[in-house]
Design a binder for this molecule. Structure first.
Ligand SMILES: Cc1cc2nc3c(=O)[nH]c(=O)nc-3n(C[C@H](O)[C@H](O)[C@H](O)COP(=O)(O)OP(=O)(O)OC[C@H]3O[C@@H](n4cnc5c(N)ncnc54)[C@H](O)[C@@H]3O)c2cc1C
Length: 286
């Protein structure tokens, strides 16, 4: 097995262009498990750990740009204010060891429907920045990034450079159901982001369809029915939960049944919207 060790972003792009079958490795918390269990035996590994550009966190024209290699622990420590939904989701990933090594770039690269970063990226309108040596930069909205179970819009000669997301302009929440409280893959998960400027609510569903996805009908329903100057109407809340559950297409598997996932999604949707709405009202009253 070849082991490629670029030290700059340009070198990394060149290595991927010359050897598209090389498997990128960042934290290795997915890649090494697969190699150890003989799920894959790559002809080459492309180690991105020396590429310093992948560790940048910066604010560019009012948009947060976070390098693909930034580990969860830094998202929790540095971005809790700007990207609270993603920071909450990051706190639920694995264990301290996994959060020290694992990255959102790796979560995106793996494109598992159960990845915890995906729902908040969807709810917060994230854009994924990918690049190839020969075709340059592509900006892919998160909604278009996930194509199937563990399949993404990333081309074989491309690498993920960063994700971009506007700092939260309203409350954001993430909720995850697992078979225990830590070190657990989501049975299902849900994220909500209030965008008060546009009078819009963003959503993200995890682990309840072949890809992470938004609950579009539920978002449209709230855009039409939510009174931003009033208390949350229980009938609106109930319908929102139902529409979020209906947006999923879950399966029965070892972690849970499809029915349970739909039920849990409705509960999480109602809960997270209530938490966010209460924060929003409190901030307005202050
Ligand atoms: C014990 C344990 C617990 C876990 N718990 C959770 C959990 O609770 N929630 C959760 O979501 N995940 C969990 N995971 C899975 C894993 O930690 C996450 O998916 C993590 O985000 C992967 O990041 P990484 O940097 O380690 O990725 P890596 O393992 O380095 O890479 C993952 C994939 O992304 C690709 N990749 C990495 N960087 C790039 C790049 N810049 N460009 C293109 N492709 C790239 C790799 O080729 C690979 O296909 C767990 C894993 C373990 C071992």
């Amino acid at each position: 097995m070849d082991f490629l060790r670029p030290t700059t972003w340009e070198e990394a792009l060149a290595a991927k262009a010359d050897q598209p079958e090389a498997v990128p490795i960042q934290g290795g918390t997915d890649v090494m498990v697969e190699i150890n269990f003989d799920v894959r035996r790559p002809v080459a590994l492309l180690d991105l750990n020396q590429v310093r550009e992948l560790h940048d966190v910066e604010l560019v024209d009012g948009v947060q740009r976070v390098g693909a290699g930034v580990p969860y622990v830094r998202i929790i420590e540095e971005l809790g204010g700007a990207l609270p939904g993603l920071a909450q989701a990051s706190r639920t990933v694995g264990s301290p060891q996994i959060r020290n090594r694992g990255s959102v770039g790796g979560n995106l690269g793996a494109a598992s429907p159960a990845g915890d970063s995906h729902p908040p990226l969807l709810a917060g309108d994230a854009v994924i920045e990918v690049e190839s040596r020969d075709r340059g930069v592509r900006l892919i909205p998160a909604t278009e990034f996930y194509l199937g179970v563990k399949r993404s819009a990333l081309e074989p000669d491309e690498l993920i450079r960063a994700f971009r997301m506007k700092p939260a302009e309203g409350p954001q929440y993430f909720s995850k159901v697992g078979t225990r409280n830590a070190m657990v893959i989501a049975v299902c998960s849900f994220a909500v982001a209030l965008h008060p400027g546009e009078r819009r609510v963003g959503t993200g569903i995890g682990s309840a369809a072949p890809t992470p996805r938004r609950a579009l009908e539920a978002e449209e329903f709230l855009a039409a029915e939510l009174d931003w100057d009033a208390r949350l109407d229980p009938a609106v809340l109930k319908r929102f939960g139902e529409l979020c559950a209906a947006a999923a297409s879950p399966i029965d598997d070892v972690r849970g049944t499809a029915d349970y996932r739909r039920h849990a999604l409705a509960v999480m949707a109602r809960r997270t919207l209530t938490w966010a709405w209460n924060d929003y009202r409190k901030a307005r009253a202050a």
